[in-house]
Design a protein around this ligand. Structure first.
Ligand code: HPA
Ligand code: ZN
Length: 338
């Protein structure tokens, strides 16, 4: 293990862009299919892995929605979330802000509260067993209507103690942020944090809409914002955090080579960029694997890595006091190394 990879492993980190349904490993998919007496369109784990070959976001989404169909009971959501938190514990991820897709479940007849309750029970256990803190963000599926999103927001009203924010995911092109203007305004009134996927495949204008029309607190992906000097300046000035996902970008052909990833340019231009795994089971790696891959491809320095890792706490929805505590523990660790 190189010195810089050891640093990546040892530093406490936060993950801010993680779809819990995208952490469903093929082994657990099979186990849950069996437990729920469902038949998967794959004969074995090898076949599942072979299907994970994508040329664009929609290729992945089709397989991702099919995969989550094994999640039926509260215990299934608990097992899914606990498996992710075990990875976090192994990789020294100390704080997570996870997404879930309620509509991916309610449209199959699995209730909002079944999904949320299983996820939340695991998050609470992860906090008590390992001290991993958390926030929960429910995403609206942007290929569905704003009315559907309002339905989902209404279902969340009985569970606001367990939900910290709303997000926007699924098929980006053709579903601009402005489509969800009213539901985001309503979520803000309810005191929820706002995030949205934008500029993953969609044009810079979608990032502009997410900022100016949805009033997001944080930008998910944001790669294509780099095509606009005006957007870069705004993101820098307002220090809006970007939750960038390198291995996801590679697998979905948002970049054709990690050596061409925009992270160095984002860092150089003073953006609050963070590294995340997005859907680790589908994209070939958890959080540390994302750091290892970009460090190697882009020859990032330890200073870059420390900045990215500190940004993961700065860009989180923790309180200022909690952020300071984590940043302090990073500095203490680094001082002990000298
Ligand atoms: N982009 C859009 N929607 C998603 C993603 C993503 O990377 N992962 C899960 N839903
Ligand atoms: Zn995502």
């Amino acid at each position: 293990m190189s010195k810089i990879n050891t640093l990546i492993e040892k530093l406490p980190k936060a993950e801010l862009h993680l779809h819990i349904e995208g952490s469903l490993e093929p082994e657990l998919m099979f186990k849950l299919a069996k437990r729920n007496q469902l038949k998967l369109p794959y004969a074995n784990i090898e076949e599942i892995k072979q299907a994970y070959n994508f040329t664009k976001l929609q290729d992945f989404l089709d397989i991702y929605y099919a995969g989550m169909s094994v999640l039926i009971e509260e215990q299934d959501f608990y097992d899914l979330t606990m498996a992710y938190l075990e990875k976090c514990q192994q990789q020294n991820v100390r704080h997570v802000e996870i997404f879930f897709d309620p509509q991916g479940h309610t449209e199959r007849g699995v209730s909002f509260s079944t999904a949320l309750s299983g996820i939340n029970r695991a998050l609470k256990d992860g906090l008590s067993q390992w001290g991993i803190s958390y926030k929960t963000i429910m995403c609206f599926l942007r290929h569905l209507s704003e009315e559907d999103a309002f339905d989902t927001l209404n279902q969340a009203k009985a569970h606001l103690d367990l939900i910290d924010g709303v997000g926007l995911d699924s098929s980006e092109v053709g579903n601009p942020p402005a489509k969800f203007k009213n539901v985001f305004a309503e979520a803000k009134k309810m005191g929820l944090k706002l995030v949205a996927h934008a500029g993953e495949e969609g044009p810079p204008a979608y990032v502009e809409e997410a900022l100016s029309i949805l009033n997001i607190d944080r930008l998910d992906h944001g790669n294509r914002a780099m095509e606009s000097a005006k957007l870069i300046e705004r993101l820098r000035k307002e220090q809006i955090a970007l939750t960038v996902c390198p291995l996801s970008n590679l697998k979905l052909c948002v970049v054709d080579d990690l050596t061409k990833h925009p992270i160095p340019s984002m860092l150089k231009q003073g953006l609050l960029v963070t590294v995340n795994s997005d859907d680790p089971s589908y994209f070939g790696g958890y959080l540390n694997d994302n750091y290892f891959a970009i460090q190697q491809a882009l020859n990032l320095t330890s200073k870059d890595i420390i900045t990215l890792i500190k940004n993961s706490f700065v860009g989180s929805f923790l309180s200022d006091d909690e952020k300071q505590k984590h940043l302090q523990s990073i500095d203490t660790f680094l001082n002990e190394q000298e």
